[in-house]
Write a protein that binds this ligand. Structure first.
Ligand SMILES: [Zn+2]
Length: 321
């Protein structure tokens, strides 16, 4: 039986796994990226981990591998053009990994691979027009229309996190002020909570994270405070959901998806965040778009990148690409 290897190279960890033709994850492993060791070392260790996984599945034959990388990827040439977190510029990842594994390798941007996995074998399975958004350190999006990823000019499609919105005061890492992702991301949720503590709001978060410990606060703690009935946490998640809706509304009108998948770390807030988002979407997006739109949290969460990369490699190699 054929199987496909999928990997997601993050700034901290690499996750890799073996997927069958249906998108079922057969085995997976995680290893530290150790990007400081350099490109050759990272690729070598990924190849070793992949070979170990495949050796434990002798009934399967690996026929292709896919890799998602955080940054700008030339998927047609198989080159990582720029991955700031990894310190990579113009790295021939597909060729190098392909040489070590002995199978064709296809690479792409990590968010695209994550959403491709959800669109083809996750929450969006069976849907034709999928808009996927990941809420992690930042916000990024990808669209899969009838099984095909949309890239746009310069392969820039999906950079949803970086447009300025009225009412957001924060300066973004990109240099602009008011970017959506400064609020509506895991980092943004934690930032708002720290601001509330600094402003002297009465919140359990101030008790849990006194003084300098506020730096340790994460989006998950805001959800925990929400569940404890904390008004500040409720306000923050409501505001975040509302901003997210305002950022997504034009995209929904433009693309007219039948499925909106939300993934990434902050999506674990679930309905605490998505109930106000849905409420705002219903208020500002025309009902003709909303009536056929299903909204769900990613099904595979942490594994979506592996599954997406593997299935992308399958699709690309089957097409002779
Ligand atoms: Zn920005």
């Amino acid at each position: 039986m054929h199987c496909y290897l999928g990997a997601d190279i993050g700034g901290t960890n690499i996750v890799c796994g073996v997927v069958d033709g249906e998108g079922n994850l057969l085995a997976a492993d995680k290893l530290p990226t150790e990007a400081a060791g350099g490109f050759a070392s990272v690729v070598g260790r990924l190849a070793e981990a992949a070979k170990r996984l495949l050796a434990a599945l002798p009934q399967y034959t690996c026929v292709a591998a896919g890799v998602g990388v955080p940054g700008f990827v030339d998927h047609e040439r198989g080159i990582v053009v720029k991955a700031v977190n990894l310190g990579w510029d113009d790295m021939p990842l597909a060729d190098e990994l392909g040489r070590q594994l002995g199978v064709p390798v296809r690479i792409n941007n990590d968010v695209r691979m994550y959403i491709y996995g959800e669109a083809t074998a996750g929450a969006g399975r069976g849907r034709r027009f999928v808009l996927g958004v990941t809420l992690g350190t930042g916000i990024a999006a990808a669209t899969v229309n009838e099984g095909r990823l949309h890239y746009g000019s310069g392969s820039r499609a999906g950079e949803l996190g970086h447009f300025g919105m009225p009412g957001i005061p924060y300066r973004c890492v990109c240099g602009l002020t008011g970017c959506l992702e400064t609020v509506a991301s895991a980092t943004g949720i934690a930032r708002q909570a720290r601001d509330a503590i600094a402003a002297g709001e009465r919140t359990v978060l101030a008790d849990w994270f006194p003084g300098e410990r506020a730096a340790e606060l994460t989006a998950a703690d805001v959800s925990r405070a929400f569940d404890a009935g904390d008004e500040t946490a409720r306000r923050i998640l409501r505001h975040t959901g509302t901003m997210l809706a305002q950022g997504l509304a034009p995209a929904i009108s433009l693309i007219s998806p039948d499925m909106l998948v939300l993934g990434g770390g902050a999506s674990k807030a679930g309905e605490r965040l998505f109930a106000p988002m849905r409420e705002e979407l219903t208020r500002i997006v025309h009902p003709m778009f909303m009536s056929g739109l299903k909204i769900e949290v990613a099904k595979h969460l942490d594994d979506a990148g592996i599954i997406g990369s593997a299935l992308y490699a399958r699709e690309q190699t089957a097409a002779g690409g």
